[in-house]
Design a protein around this ligand. Sequence first.
Ligand code: SAM
Length: 297
Amino acid sequence: MPDSTITKSPLPGLYIVATPIGNLGDISPRAAATLASADLIAAEDTRVTAKLLSHLGLRIAMTPYHDHSDEYIRQQLVARMADEVIVLVSDAGTPLISDPGYKLVRDARHAGRHITTLPGPCAAIAAITLSGLPSDRFLFAGFLPNKAKARADTIAEFKALRATLLFYESGPRLSAALAALADGLGNREAAVAREISKLYEECVTGTLLDLSARYADAPPKGEIVILVGPPDADQHEEGDDDSIDAALREALVDHPVAKAAKTVAKRFGLERQDIYARALAIKGEASNDAAIDIAPK
Ligand code: SAM
């Protein structure tokens, strides 16, 4: 059962507070109460957080915080957590998710401070709920690198994953990013979720190439999450004769010929009879080798 209690006087420590990603109505009562009870708010950009505080009718001391902030600033914050309520917020959404905070949490943990998190809006999680793509396994990959080679290398790392992939992106880079994803992963099903929880929220679905073409001449405005579906379960691995033989040899270690042939045929999308013949030949070669090995010298 959800616990609706709001602590009146929170314990000293670090409070990680998620804030709206567009609609200010998404601030939770507990997040608002925690902000109200803060001795200090460590904010990614104090001007952005000032607007949220003004919406809530609050005036609380703030300090800017980034993970590249001076070590000294971080140590000061960690020291203050011993007897004060320090709240960490980012400009929007959940701190630490493509946002500052990880080093502060790490150091607070090393110092044995009380740390708690107030869950709330996160663009990646909101996007996967909108997309209609499989949500049982997903990988959040943050922003892709800017440079083409680094971007292609990063995309290649995800190719074999049977999971929906999520990326944060900006309008001007969107079409090129979708094309690079199609290039590296194949033309998979995808979605572009934009301006979630705002007036012009939309989620457009299609293949990566369709979406890339759609946005090529008209880069969209606003904030964007790209989602890419997992590889098709029927998608086959490409393989030449050597890699097919290698796969058969491996399968024959643990399986009889028929089972090994079936598995490898499925993996490479080939006719089972053809692979069966090849599996028999490999098995035959292996038996001959064994016979030669044990032949009297
Ligand atoms: N910490 C945030 C979170 O929990 O989602 C993400 C911060 S990251 C610096 C900002 C990126 O998140 C944007 O460039 C965009 O890709 C995505 N984003 C943030 N708000 C969004 C929204 N309302 N709709 C779609 N994407 C959003």
